[in-house]
Write a protein that binds this ligand. Structure first.
Ligand code: BGC
Length: 446
């Protein structure tokens, strides 16, 4: 069958997603405070090529043009995030009117073009002022986050109905507060455990605030997920895969669904439970979101490795196993995406699923004004076919947001890792629609 957008139903939400820290730039303009990424990028060796997020895609100035591209490609939904330090430069307290004005203009422009603004409240860019006080590892976090979410929903809630509370809590807590690979570059369980619990609390609390303040809100939060397969059928490998699965796929969705943090004989989880008990604020982890945002980029094959602390598992890379992978080495496996969709659906308690991010990084080349990114087109075809199969089999998937509109600042990978449907020349900011962008236009055409 030649897959077409209409096969997914009339009201299916097709969109693109991006994030403030990856696209906006204008990092010190119009009263914006610094975010943890602005500061982290200054540290030697943290970001490939020494790249900085200061200008990014210059979206702050070019948002009108970029929204025209979204429209031209035929998408209905535009997902973006609000930079906390643009609206609250110190994280709490003083509101930056110019920052608020920017998001009003952006939202108004979406509405004028007939695009649905889909707002992420937190996409990884904590104000540096709050990081100085401990950031996500501080037990003050919930208070700060409440202030931020209340401000945003009171300001924009009469125009915006579609809300995402957190982007991938597993991503920013593990990379930023355990492994030190992302901002703020912290490591160790003393940071990781409180960050986990504060993020899990914040996602539920954020959901409650949105529902209270925004009339007719459609509110969800997102989870990264990656199927974890054992390298062999040896018991140690199967157990290693299980531990990794708890961390990657269960740690944040289960408390939201009212099942508390997973256990399953994993020592690290036992420790987490002990800490959480001592902190005594566990009762509000659950929230009945209207939808769950699922984000899927790869699946993992792991084997037992006693050297790795706690998880005692390490990845057997896709390249080593000679299976298809992207330029970042991420395994391309649409069947595993299909299985994750089914699995999250079968949890029970999930009302609707939006695939809030999916996409791939390839070594794109701009030649004579053309980017012929066949590999990306293939990727989308496979993943959309997998999603269609899941939908046909009863998974209530209501939307799909491609990652991402333009090439952008890919966190610690810098600007060389390109995920966009639109190529960006970061010297001139010139945009060129890639062939995958044109493919989407045809796929979405009436
Ligand atoms: C994040 C995006 C990121 C993408 C590709 C997701 O985990 O939400 O911000 O660019 O993955 O790495």
């Amino acid at each position: 069958m030649n897959l077409h957008s209409s096969h997914f139903g009339k009201n299916f939400l097709w969109g693109v997603a991006m994030a403030a820290a990856q696209n906006e730039g204008a990092y010190n303009i119009d009263g914006r405070g610094l975010s943890i990424w602005d500061v982290f990028a200054r540290k030697q060796g943290k970001i490939k090529g020494g790249d900085k997020p200061y200008e990014a895609c210059d979206f702050y100035y070019r948002y009108k043009d970029d929204l025209m591209l979204v429209k031209a490609l035929g998408f209905k939904v535009f997902r973006f995030s609000i930079s906390w330090s643009r609206v609250l430069p110190d994280g709490i307290g003083r509101v930056n009117k110019e920052g608020i004005a920017f998001y009003h203009k952006l939202i108004d422009e979406c509405l004028q073009l007939g695009l649905i603004p889909f707002v992420t409240l937190y996409h990884w860019d904590l104000p540096q002022a709050l990081e100085k006080e401990g950031g996500w590892a501080s037990h003050q976090l919930l208070k700060w986050f409440t202030r931020f979410v209340t401000l945003c929903t009171e300001e924009f809630g009469n125009k915006v109905k579609h809300w995402i509370v957190l982007n991938e809590p597993m991503g920013f807590t593990s990379l930023g507060y355990m492994l030190g690979k992302h901002a703020p570059g912290k490591t160790g369980l003393d940071n990781f455990f409180p960050a986990i619990h504060n993020a899990a609390m914040a996602q539920a609390e954020g959901g409650r605030i949105v529902r209270d303040i925004v009339n007719k809100a459609y509110v969800g939060t997102t989870f990264s997920c990656s199927e974890v397969l054992p390298f062999s059928d040896k018991k140690e490998d199967i157990q290693a895969a299980n531990r990794m699965d708890i961390l990657l796929n269960r740690l944040f969705i289960e408390p939201t669904l009212g099942r508390n943090y997973p256990h399953d004989g994993f020592v690290l989880m036992d420790k987490l439970h002990l800490h959480v008990k001592a902190w005594k604020y566990t009762d509000r982890l659950k929230f009945n979101f209207d939808f769950i945002g699922m984000q899927n980029y790869f699946c993992l094959t792991v084997k037992h490795n006693p050297i790795i602390p706690y998880v005692q598992a390490s990845e057997v890379k896709a390249a080593t196993r000679k299976v298809p992978h992207t330029a970042l080495g991420w395994e391309i496996n649409a069947n595993s995406f299909y299985r994750m969709l089914k699995r999250y659906w079968l949890y029970g308690g999930v009302k609707e699923i939006i695939v809030s991010e999916n996409g791939a990084c390839f070594k794109d080349e701009l030649k004579n004004g053309v980017v012929n990114d066949e590999a990306r087109i293939n990727y989308f075809q496979q993943y959309l076919t997998a999603m269609h199969k899941a939908q046909q089999e009863g998974v209530n998937v209501k939307g799909y947001l491609a990652w991402t509109l333009t090439d952008n600042f890919e966190w610690n990978e810098g600007y060389k890792a390109r995920f966009g449907l639109v190529h960006v020349d970061f010297k001139t900011q010139l945009r060129t629609i890639k062939n995958s962008g044109y493919w989407w236009r045809d796929f979405l055409a009436k």
